[in-house]
Design a protein around this ligand. Sequence first.
Ligand code: F6P
Length: 256
Amino acid sequence: NVMKHVSGIPQLEKQLKNILHLSRVVIVPGNSDEQPWVKNEMGLTCVKVMESLITDNTVIAIMGGTTLAAVAEMMHPFKQSQKKPLFVSARGGLGEQVENQANTICAKMAEKADGHYRMLHVPDQLSEESYHSLSMEPSIRESLLLIQSAGMVIHGIGDAMTMAKRRRSSQELLDKIRKEHAVAEAFGYYFDQNGKVIHKVKTIGLQLEELNDERPVITVAGGKSKANAIEAFFKKGPDSVLVTDEGAAQQILQNN
Ligand code: F6P
């Protein structure tokens, strides 16, 4: 049983599952805020969960961030899969440093998993006008169809202010985040502690509404500093397998 390797700290996992109303939570020991290798442990655990969930539809949609980069770092070929996996970047680039962009991450995953990849060549944050014209480009439409057809989605969650600053967002957005108390960011959406969307960045790529119960979603996010963000996201977020660490888990438990 593959799962035996990935489940630690069973009691904590059960408690977190109930608090966040998720079907599955896997916790790795440590706090990735303070111990950098813990992020790689989450990465490896995510790879094992992916391996256990892969079906004939081997298209995997990938988001960006340093945690997803750690998943790529720890990637290896999937044992039970007959077909080679196809990693598709579910969002564009430029908002993040190259090594944290979905495009870079999915190319690296493909290399390490002995699979294929498909990038999404669009900027991450767009004006209304360019959004509409780019959405009509045949090559981009094709990528978007592929993303929508994905059998699995892997994404991270960030602290709202950390992400807004990392993306060099406008002063207006920074003010809005402060005023409306946004705590979480994922998929270009900013959420407050009740899970209410307070801002959405116009992005081409996978949208939160496109996640449904039919395909597995794996969320990888840890570190004590992300406790509020993780909790806020799952107030309204889709059911998923959460891969996190003890640092985040203990803090969420303390808050409840
Ligand atoms: O920018 C892509 C993204 O997935 C965000 O949606 C998320 O908030 C962030 O990365 C998480 O980044 P990190 O794993 O570095 O905290």
